[in-house]
Design a protein around this ligand. Sequence first.
Ligand SMILES: C[S@@+](CC[C@H](N)C(=O)[O-])C[C@H]1O[C@@H](n2cnc3c(N)ncnc32)[C@H](O)[C@@H]1O
Length: 412
Amino acid sequence: MAEKKKLNQTGKASRHKVNHNTTNAQPHAKKKDGSCAYAKKCGGCDYQGISYEQQLEMKQKNLKKLLSAFGKVEPIVGMKDPYHYRHKVHATFDCTKKGQIVSGTYKEGTHEVVDIVSCQIEDEQADAIIQDIKGLLRSFKIKTYDEDTGYGLLRHVLIRKGYHTGQVMVVLVLGSPILPSKNNFVKAIRQKHPEISTVVINVNNKKTSMVLGDRNITVYGKGFIEDELCGCTFRISPSSFYQVNPQQTEYLYEKAIACAGLNGKEKVIDAYCGTGTIGLIAAKHAGKVIGVELNKDAIRDAITNAKRNDIHNITFFNEDAGEFMVRMADKGEKADVVIMDPPRSGSDEAFLSSVVKLSPKKVVYVSCNPETLARDLKYLTKHKYKVMEMTPFDLFPMTKHVETVAYLLRLK
Ligand SMILES: C[S@@+](CC[C@H](N)C(=O)[O-])C[C@H]1O[C@@H](n2cnc3c(N)ncnc32)[C@H](O)[C@@H]1O
């Protein structure tokens, strides 16, 4: 998955300082000519100012350059409406020397917070909630956190919204676990936004570039939201991976499952499974599925998701995918299909060599980084596998990022 730069793949955000030049005038996302009012300062969208058609052409060209050695790259599946697709929105909070509270993203290459009222690619409801939280801070005497001095409270706000359910989670990332008048604060924000289903305090008191700390305290609702994809319901916790563009994700997953070509009998491995999304959808068409994932919160969600969807032919393991596969291969175990969806850094040789030992008939590789995909395909195609199909999906309009489903078949 590619992320807008303000919250990168690992959830990291760069250390920040306030943009003291910020004025009280708050520009809206679009200028009269339709371009982004923040483009020059924010730098989150690499393709700002380029028509969407042209963006798709550029992505296709780059994919062709990187992947055509392995076969034909199918035409990229773009969005009908490429705006406001992000259902995970994050804003960093800070205060200028003049005492103005600002919230938004980092100016590219700096530690300055660009004050953003609404963003062209973020969900509009999420942006409105962030603005209203900003508006409440003074009356509740909540100060923004200063990383240099450790003084203040509010560091970030993270909003996650279900695409089909409309459920909204607000995560307040604080430097300490105590939010003064927390019940009244929640009441005030819910009065403005009754659509909020849960509010969580995330405690991050470390000098770190990571947005989220380890501790979550639910102050309203269940502490998670649910969303639906491809006929399954998924639980999403504050730190679990869930694609930021659920609309396009449905097409991506449908393609991955179609490539697996399941007939109800296969043993399938869903590696880097997150909250179990792809594996649970696959389980309906397979004999048995094994999901493996490093993040313990995501695995907890995956187990709950299996129960929630009444799916019993899936087992999840909280482990490094490479180590898990090596052990399976050493035990001489086999699999019919391996579906793998690694982070941007791609897979590793321990994992890939174990895939070769397990010798599944099919490998379905879901990738958010064509460069690491090309590297990993090079390994697999040198070891008995042939790329049969590669289909890109645009999950990240206005940015250079792209998802690709590659399907490989074992040659002998
Ligand atoms: C691109 S996400 C895919 C998640 C899931 N397939 C989905 O579509 O929602 C990659 C996942 O790999 C997990 N991960 C990263 N490194 C890992 C490793 N070494 N072993 C297992 N899982 C890992 C991350 O926590 C993340 O959930």
